[in-house]
Design a binder for this molecule. Structure first.
Ligand code: AR6
Length: 166
């Protein structure tokens, strides 16, 4: 299967799209969102303003501007609350990001670990949802060439991803 893991800063990856863990206002912020906005440059903020907002679980695309990646797919993960909707919304982030990537003819997508920072989703549970949904999507779209890279920023996340990759 076309699923890989990688440890490091997602803003350095030369892929068709990197997936940002954004907020609903698409205003930029801390964490990976802040790193992406800094690396992409001020034009990203303008492009996000033009898009308006983004619902939790949805995904929207902008150019990558100064990034090595051609595009940025902005998705909004759930703020972890322990409710049954958390995994459904998180899964929707991965599914909708891949849908947007395919609609734009993209063939390589790198995901940050959505919701696992500021939004407080326990890493273990979030990673299972992430790998499950990505694998399901790849199975359902076997006829489409898509390379998915799950990006772990720290060693703990990477170790977990290694286990999930098997
Ligand atoms: N490259 C890859 N992964 C990173 C990087 C990086 N440069 N920096 C952090 N991470 P978070 P969320 C990892 O908090 O929980 C923002 O303020 C980090 O280790 O960025 O979805 C937004 O504007 C963590 O595992 O996203 C929203 O308001 C993962 O990225 C809010 O935070 C996600 O952590 C979204 O919170």
């Amino acid at each position: 299967m076309n699923l890989e893991i990688w440890q490091g800063d997602i803003t350095t990856l030369k892929v068709d799209a990197i997936v940002n863990a954004a907020n609903r206002e698409l205003r930029g912020g801390g964490g990976v969102d802040g790193a992406i906005h800094r690396a992409a440059g001020p034009k990203l903020n303008e492009a996000c303003r033009a898009l308006g907002s983004c619902e939790t679980g949805e995904a929207k695309i902008t150019p990558g501007f100064n990034l090595p990646a051609k595009y940025i797919i902005h998705t909004v993960g759930p703020v972890y609350s322990g409710s049954h909707s958390d995994p459904l919304l998180l899964a929707a982030c991965y599914r909708n990001s891949l849908r947007v990537a395919k609609e734009n003819g993209l063939h390589s997508v790198a995901f940050s670990a959505i919701s696992t920072g500021v939004y407080g989703y326990p890493l273990d549970a979030a990673s299972k949802v992430a790998f499950g949904e990505v694998r399901k999507w790849l199975r359902e779209h076997k006829d489409y060439e898509m390379r998915v890279i799950m990006v772990a920023y720290d060693a703990r996340t990477y170790a977990l991803y290694q286990k999930l990759l098997g």
